[in-house]
Design a protein around this ligand. Sequence first.
Ligand SMILES: N[C@@H](CCC[C@H](N)C(=O)O)C(=O)O
Length: 277
Amino acid sequence: MLVHFTKMHGLGNDFVMIDLITQRARIDAAQVRRLADRRFGIGFDQLLVVEPPRDPDMDFRYRIYNADGSEAENCGNGARCFARFVRDQRLTHKREIRVETAGGPLMLAVQHDGRVRVDMGQPRFTPSALPFDAPGDRPLHALEVDGARLEIGVVSMGNPHAVLQVADVDSAPVAELGPLIEAHPRFACNVNAGFMEVVAPDYIRLRVFERGTGETWACGTGACAAVATGIRQGLLKSPVTVALPGGELSVEWAGPDASLVMVGPAERVFDGRVALR
Ligand SMILES: N[C@@H](CCC[C@H](N)C(=O)O)C(=O)O
């Protein structure tokens, strides 16, 4: 069965988009891993699937699969690509699009400059929201990793994030600590691990070792998680520019009862057809 797909990226965090409104296909973990392979498949960080909504107040359902086949609750860079994709494919003419994700609803707005503004919802710092095994809700938690004691901020952006402040993001041990934090037994569903260098209260540099994918060139939920935990710790002040290896995102957060708002680009790379088994 040949299925049409579109390759897209948000700051180098790359995606394959599949429309399951006008096409039929069975997506399972083995299929995702096969397609994600950068030598034997198409290659991507996440596979994003467009489905009809189950909630009548929403426009679409947005499903997210990591390269290892696991399903994620949210993907910020993917949300921007999702908005651009559904308009390019003429699945909607709306500029303001409501999507249902496993992590809660997202509101997407396609701006006239082509960038996409995403209302990412409120950050949830309670450890049980991730879930993270910790005695209480506090701005920093101690985490033993490989004999070292790290101080991390934790937050759910629909999906789980741990954020570690580092002095220099270029030399941060992302490849070594990333997998150990991702699969740390205190995170029952694993976690995305962000390494944040605070350059100024309105400017950070960030690398993210993503759950189910490894280090990516950008992570939208990771950028929001870094800003939310940084503001909570008094290190940052909204709005914050987040410089990731693939480029910059703008993130705003007015405080505890407000949603985080992320603005950034979404690029289409090419279209193709692939045989699904
Ligand atoms: N690239 C993403 C996040 C994708 C999901 C994540 N790896 C997870 O498992 O939670 C983003 O831009 O937010």
